[in-house]
Design a protein around this ligand. Structure first.
Ligand code: PNS
Length: 132
């Protein structure tokens, strides 16, 4: 099965890498996909985010790094993705993620799998890392 782990990864944190590594163990293939919103300026250029993820995950032969814009469910359909992975740190994440998972499943039939973050990375966020 092919899974996708979508996110902004702006920047990627140890928490993201932990979820990616664990996702790679669960599925035959994992695409770590950076969602690009052309109308939003990120903290880091997308090319740098791709480089960081590619380098950090280079030892995992079943992991690739990609970018997408537009709807995630369309990217999943176009790329034969079976499952969407998202990391969950706390109740706030869950409240945010459940409606997105419902919408993605409604639009494409693709289910989401929520992986709880590891205890040692559960407090990390890109925002906290950057202090902004
Ligand atoms: O790391 P983030 O910022 O939580 O990632 C959010 C992301 C990129 C996964 C989300 O914004 C997304 O799926 N964007 C694509 C647009 C889309 O499909 N929106 C509808 C979801 S219901």
């Amino acid at each position: 099965m092919r899974a996708i782990y979508p996110g902004s990864f702006d920047p990627a944190t140890e928490g993201h890498l932990d979820i990616a590594r664990r996702g790679a163990e669960l599925f035959d293939e994992l695409v770590v996909a950076i969602g690009v919103n052309p109308s939003k300026v990120g903290r880091f250029p997308v090319i740098d985010r791709v480089r960081v993820l590619t380098s950090a995950l280079r030892d995992l032969s079943n992991v690739s790094v990609a970018t997408f814009s537009g709807l995630l469910e369309m990217y999943c359909r176009d790329n034969d993705v079976d499952v969407i992975i998202r990391g969950i740190r706390n109740k706030m994440d869950l409240r945010h993620e459940v409606p997105m998972a419902h919408m993605n499943r409604h639009l494409s039939g693709i289910d989401s799998l929520f992986l709880p973050t590891s205890a040692k990375t559960g407090f990390i966020s890109s925002t906290v890392v950057m202090g902004t």
